[in-house]
Design a protein. Sequence first.
Length: 232
Amino acid sequence: MIRIASYNMRKAIGTDRRRNPERVLEVLHELDADVIALQEADRRFGARAAVITPHLLDEHSDWKAVDFGVRAGSMGWHGNAFLVRKSSQVADCEVIHLPALEPRGAIVTEVRLAKGGVWRCVGMHLDLSGLWRRKQAAAILSHVAASSEQLPTVMMGDLNEWTRAGGCLRDFGRDFVFAETGPSYHATRPIGRLDRIMVSSDVKVMDCGVHSSAAARKASDHLPIWADVEAA
């Protein structure tokens, strides 16, 4: 069994409007997940550098960032990033170009974990527009379906979908099962299930939830979500 998590870290700007990457790292330590999908992991302007610096990861964590090799100094692609255990091996990684009016993207990695075998993980941050979310969902599902090798697959991220059964949720739900993690937005009073974890039919969700520690309620406007999963 492995633990996966998804966290819109809002560029490490907390509910007190202060940027504090060390506080985000504290929340990640509390989660203690084997694979973490991050959204808004890079600064928005300029060089779009990673908010959590390589030094912080190297010296103060058990994770490494998956290197997509897209932009020097960034952690991932359009703010999406993956952290995996330092003991794991990244077998493959690539970006998924999404149709969008504003810059949007998704990322996929295949990672061999010290426990749990090889997993395919997809991270995403979808559009504010419902029409574009559905187009982006279609692009992601098509990309995953075209993979030559079938692997246990988890997809996670900030879907920006407020409806419970419509839009892109219905599209993803045709082939994937949602973990019932719960509301994660806004961190101070969570009512929206904007953040989601989805698994392929060969994956079983053993437990899941929203991480709502005192640190998490301050570190971002989203709470992180998590799921303990195993291959069926």
